[in-house]
Design a binder for this molecule. Structure first.
Ligand code: UD1
Ligand code: CA
Length: 452
């Protein structure tokens, strides 16, 4: 973090027409979090205490999305270009004096250390007036180009549309991320014109103006994966792939085993402990925390779930929001949990639904147990005591309590509370007719032979 105060200006006023979406481009999620928020998180981590999001097209969507964060918004009524957009933040930052970093809402993977590297560059002995973040992607597409020398001293910034063949052949591209002191930024932005191929006010033109003033402008290079710009659904999928690859590598570096890493999908906030094994084809929605020594078997889907150490999940388990597994608990195949706590050592090994339920320590929930938590209008609680044994194919009709050490016989439909230590059997009395089937078969076979 530099010694100067840092403010961020995030441009997000553009239409994003290439997404072909009713949702604003910067709100499309990567790993379950709107891309704009990925960027805001990184900026906060880099110490950008002030953040101004420039909104325009579909501003109500963007404003609603950032409402819970400490960010300001500025309005760009007409999308006249990136320099014009950045200038709209001037009023919001009128009381701010320090370094501003301008970034684009559709370039969300900027890392905090890269932000610091770029902003610190302004304080280097050669005192550049503008520092631009550049990258060399595999495919330079229609990115703006940076013409610079070996030392990173910029000679020219040129948009693809305006570039000559020779300039287009240059591999160093403009990410758009630009650091300038606010004292320099506003006057530079005010001088930018729109005499170019797009008829727009280009942010990179502030570099040209600084150079014309006899000042230095420099490029700081970083990893292309960090600077992918998302303009289409295909690029969104590419961004997701990049994010996931990085997260999988991180999980493994932190001590988790991923047997087939490419088939595990994390959310932006997944927390994974040490000595966790994640088998193939596991999907994490938001809000999952996994402690140490947990196994997540293949084909499980988890969201809003907390899993304590020593637990085993799946294969084919579904943990929905509010699922909590305490130390050493187990859910097996085709088990679904929602707003339910499975106590320490408790097991639901097969084909079970636990919703709005609390299960005590070491209870055993038999195959096919269902907590009937909903009457079509309201939801009700099921409470199961420690060491209780729920026989297979039982329906626990909530609200209902099953006492500790109680046994519910298989096939029971329990609608009244069961006391501690009780056996509850709720099924029809059995009819026993020895030899009846033999007599039946004999009689029927005889009839058939006689052609009746
Ligand atoms: C821009 C850069 C280009 C760079 C590329 C990197 C300019 C002129 N070009 O091109 O050099 O290689 O990003 O991804 O800066 N926006 C506004 N208001 C506007 C125009 C744009 O808020 O009037 C916002 C957009 O919502 C978007 C960002 O600025 O988040 C970038 O705009 P976009 O049109 O995507 O620029 P590119 O053509 O990608
Ligand atoms: Ca773009």
């Amino acid at each position: 973090m530099g010694e100067q105060a840092l403010a961020a200006i995030i441009l997000a006023a553009g239409q994003g027409t290439r997404m072909k979406s009713d949702l604003h481009k910067v709100l499309h999620p990567v790993a379950g979090l709107p891309m704009l928020h990925h960027l805001l998180e990184s900026l906060s981590a880099a110490g950008a205490a002030r953040q101004v999001v420039v909104v325009g097209a579909r501003r109500e969507q963007v404003e609603a999305s950032v409402a819970g964060r400490s960010v300001q918004t500025a309005h760009q009524a007409e999308q006249l270009g990136t320099a014009h957009a950045a200038l709209q933040a001037k009023d919001a930052l009128a009381d701010f004096d320090g370094v501003a970093i301008v970034c684009f809402g559709d370039t969300p993977f900027l890392r905090p250390d890269t932000i610091s590297r770029l902003t610190d560059r302004l304080s280097a002995p050669d005192a550049p007036r503008v520092a631009v973040l550049g990258f060399v992607p595999d495919d330079a597409k229609a990115y703006g180009r940076i013409i610079a020398d070996e030392q990173g001293s910029i000679a020219k910034m040129v948009e693809f549309k305006d570039a000559s063949e020779t300039e287009r052949a240059v591999k160093l591209c403009n990410s758009g991320v630009t650091a300038v002191r606010t004292a320099d930024l506003w006057p530079l932005l005010e001088r930018v014109g729109n005499d170019n191929a797009a008829g727009e006010y280009y942010l990179p033109d502030i570099v040209m103006l600084a150079l014309a003033d006899g000042d230095r402008a420099v490029v700081v290079e970083t990893d292309p994966d960090e600077l992918i710009g998302i303009n289409s659904r295909a690029e969104l999928a590419e961004a997701e792939a990049i994010w996931q690859a990085r997260r999988r590598a991180q999980a493994m570096a932190d001590g988790a085993s991923l047997i087939a890493p490419d088939t595990v999908w994390f959310a932006h906030d997944t927390v994974v402990g040490r000595d966790v094994v994640i088998e193939p084809n596991v999907v994490f929605g938001p809000g999952v925390t996994i402690a140490d020594n947990v196994v997540i078997h293949a084909f499980s889907h988890l969201e809003g779930a907390t899993i304590a150490s020593g637990c085993s999940v799946g294969p084919f388990a579904r943990l929905r929001p509010g699922a909590e597994m305490q130390e050493g608990a187990k859910v097996g195949n085709f088990v679904e949990m929602k707003k339910a706590v499975l106590g320490p050592g408790a097991k639901a090994s097969h084909l079970t639904y636990l919703g709005d339920a609390t299960v005590g320590a070491n209870a055993n929930i038999g195959a096919g147990t269902i907590t009937c938590n909903y009457d079509g209008y309201f939801k009700y609680q099921t409470v199961i005591g420690e060491n209780a044994f729920i026989g297979s194919n039982s329906a626990l009709i909530a609200p209902v309590k099953i006492g500790r050490d109680a046994i519910v016989a298989a096939g029971s439909a329990v609608s009244r509370d069961v006391a501690d230590g009780e056996l509850r059997m709720v099924r029809a009395e059995q009819l026993v007719k020895p030899g009846w089937a033999d007599r039946f078969h004999d009689a029927m076979r005889r009839k058939k032979r006689e052609g009746k």
